[in-house]
Design a protein around this ligand. Structure first.
Ligand code: PXL
Length: 277
């Protein structure tokens, strides 16, 4: 079994963040480990509080794992403070980490900022350079392009053409893979996977669901799991998209407050847990 690490924030209601990552690792048959960057006190409606772990704690978590474990892929999620971003950058360079999937998390599903402005610049100018793939949604793509082009007046992304153009700006700057996630485009669930030379338009089934909390975290963790197993980038992304689709189709509804994806849903359908143990 391959070892995969998530470096991300904790969502105590377990819909997103590191809890979603760990469930994704379990559902994809890899051994998952977790380094926590920040604690959030939240439920599907609201982030009540956010607290970053200290740089010492972050460094020690990373070294505890990377000193002794072989890690085949790493997913990076929420990083609020620039100082924590710097520790991650130093440590991943030091250990020559491979197969890095970076989800540039900026705003929680419920609308709270999960990243300081100065950290956005650090992500784009430093951390992106050590990642193999970056997976921004449409709003994050726009923010990143603003920083790269040093231009505040970037138009919203409202078409597949713009997704491609903005994605190309990021790919040309980072020289890495970029997956622009189109889930928030009104009438399609098309994602664009591209690097400086290749572009793939990945069509997706659009599911109308209120229970999509955790889709971004699950997608990036599933890509990391697939890279760890040796799939190519294109295969890793396609399989991860299919996994997220299954997780939305089997989602958990908490009623009025919305709901969350269920990473284990497809597995539960095929296995009778009661007969197992
Ligand atoms: O989905 C992005 C995300 C990542 N990490 C944490 C979150 C969220 C969204 O709410 O809470 C901790």
């Amino acid at each position: 079994m391959k070892n995969v690490l998530s470096i991300a924030g904790s969502d105590c209601s377990a819909g997103a963040g590191i809890q979603a990552d760990l469930k994704t690792f379990v559902a994809n048959g890899v051994y998952g480990m977790t380094v926590i960057t920040s604690l959030t006190a939240q439920n599907p409606q609201k982030v009540k509080m956010l607290e970053d772990v200290s740089i010492e704690m972050l460094r020690n978590q990373l070294e505890a794992i990377l000193d002794v474990m072989k890690v085949s892929a790493i997913k990076i999620g929420m990083i609020n403070s620039k100082e924590n971003g710097e520790v991650i950058y130093d440590e991943l360079l030091k250990y020559k980490a491979q197969n890095i999937v970076l989800d540039p998390v900026m705003i929680s599903t419920s609308g709270k900022s999960l990243i300081k402005d100065e950290t956005k610049y650090f992500l784009v100018n430093k951390l992106f350079k050590i990642a193999d793939i970056i997976t921004p949604n449409l709003d994050e793509t726009k923010e990143i392009v603003k920083i790269i082009l040093k231009n505040e007046n970037i138009e919203n992304i409202d078409s597949i053409e713009k997704m491609k153009n903005y994605g190309k700006v990021i790919a040309d700057f980072t020289k890495k893979w970029v997956l622009v996630k189109g889930g928030h485009l009104s009438n399609s669930a098309v994602d664009i996977l591209l690097n400086s030379d290749e572009t793939y338009i990945l069509e997706g089934e659009k599911i109308l669901s209120n229970n999509t909390h955790g889709t971004g975290c699950s997608l990036s963790s599933a890509i990391a799991s697939n890279l760890a197993k040796g799939y190519s980038m294109l295969e890793s992304v396609k399989k991860a998209k299919n996994f997220v689709l299954c997780s939305i189709k089997n989602s958990i509804d908490f009623g009025e407050i919305g709901g969350t994806v269920n990473q284990m849903g497809e597995i539960y359908k095929n296995i009778d847990i009661e007969k197992l143990y």
